[in-house]
Design a protein around this ligand. Structure first.
Ligand code: NAD
Ligand code: LMR
Length: 327
């Protein structure tokens, strides 16, 4: 019996993500929470003839507590998205308090759940959740994940496209480490599986496209938000991997996790004193089992990593300071 909760379930990501989770036979109970329209989304999804039951909750009458009670996994796409001209960091002022309050709810009502944070800026919102959990005495770094899977999905698509139509059916796996915004997203194309061969200018163009893929969608949506459908696909893939691993199947995914607490292993020399960094994580019954190893960055990529680490320092400190000042 697995209870999955989506916080922000009526939103652009929340709705298709809830739909994709309803398709999973690993989930027996789906709780959909939002400040608006969650009962409507739940009623709609509940007519789908897969085994899980579906219930929608609003804040009134202890809705957050009811949604979270007994949760095994909580996925959080609550918060505002970007408009053209904005950075993810511009969302901090609104989303930091939404994520902090959600984290307080999870710490109180579902302290043992796997927690997957989608709300931006991920580089700062995940440290916010960690700080709230520490204050509440329930922090388990093995169970807290920043969702960076969309960058992995995009990289696979863009590299396949660049390799030409005949290769499109191949699923390229490109290590993406660092964070989830602009230059903090570091694609290690030299470690692609299967390997690829491009000239340096093509590699640099691909790196830029992967780092700023979110901007392509924000621009195309022209004020109507950011990526929702591809994000729902990526979020569902990550959530299902976590649940499959909890059910005994070995799974590896990339995620923005507390490498300092988990042990950064081979990444130690890259991350230095940073707490959070996206790395390959081996997932097991209790969440992160270990940080994956065996990926080498070439000289060009080592330069990209330095830039990412510098920026992440500020992003993480901002999240930590927010909780110290307000929670
Ligand atoms: P949206 O505005 O369509 O939906 C957000 C939902 O959150 C809304 O339904 C809103 O009512 C709800 N909400 C607001 N405050 C809430 C609260 N306190 N509790 C519960 N629900 C609350 O936005 P969206 O397009 O779904 O994007 C959501 C977030 O995900 C944004 O911050 C966006 O930047 C981020 N995002 C992250 C990634 C990633 O790769 N990690 C990708 C795409 C978008
Ligand atoms: C993305 O990568 O698509 C998301 O982080 C949303 C955004 O603001 O670009």
């Amino acid at each position: 019996m697995v209870k999955a909760v989506v916080i922000g379930a009526a939103g652009g990501i929340g709705q298709p993500l809830s739909l994709l989770l309803k398709q999973s036979t690993l989930i027996s109970e789906l709780a959909l929470y939002d400040v608006v329209n969650a009962p409507g989304v739940a009623a709609d999804i509940s007519h789908i003839n897969t085994p899980s039951t579906v219930q929608g909750y609003l804040p009134a009458d202890g809705g957050l507590e009811k949604a979270l009670k007994g949760a095994d996994i909580v996925v959080v796409p609550a918060g505002v998205p970007r408009k053209p001209g904005m950075t993810r960091d511009d969302l901090f002022n609104i989303n930091a308090s939404i994520v902090r309050d959600t984290a307080i709810g999870i710490a109180t009502h579902a302290p043992k759940a796997f927690v997957l944070i989608i709300s931006n800026p991920v580089n700062s919102t995940v440290p916010i959740v960690a700080e709230v959990f520490k204050k509440k005495g329930v922090y388990d770094p093995k169970r807290l994940f920043g969702v960076t899977t969309l960058d992995v999905v995009r990289a696979s698509t863009f590299v396949s496209e660049a390799n030409g139509a005949s290769e499109k059916s191949l699923e390229y796996s490109i290590p993406i480490v660092g964070g989830h915004s602009g230059e903090t997203i570091v694609p290690l194309i030299s470690a692609s599986q299967p390997s690829v061969s491009f000239d340096q200018s093509k590699i640099e163009a691909l790196v830029k496209r992967i780092q700023f893929g979110g901007d392509e969608v924000v621009k195309a949506k022209d004020g109507a938000g950011s990526a929702t459908l591809s994000m729902a696909f990526a979020g569902a893939r990550f959530a299902i991997s976590v649940l499959e691993a909890a059910a005994g199947k070995a799974r590896t995914e990339y995620s923005y996790v507390d490498v300092k607490a988990l042990g950064a292993g081979e990444w130690s020399s890259v991350v230095g004193d940073l707490t959070f960094f996206s790395v390959p994580v081996k997932l097991g019954k209790d969440g992160v089992e270990s940080v994956g190893a065996g990926i080498k960055a070439n000289e060009y990529e080592q330069g990209l990593l330095k830039v990412a680490v510098d920026q992440l320092n500020g992003n993480i400190s901002k999240g930590v300071a927010f909780v110290a000042d307000t929670a």
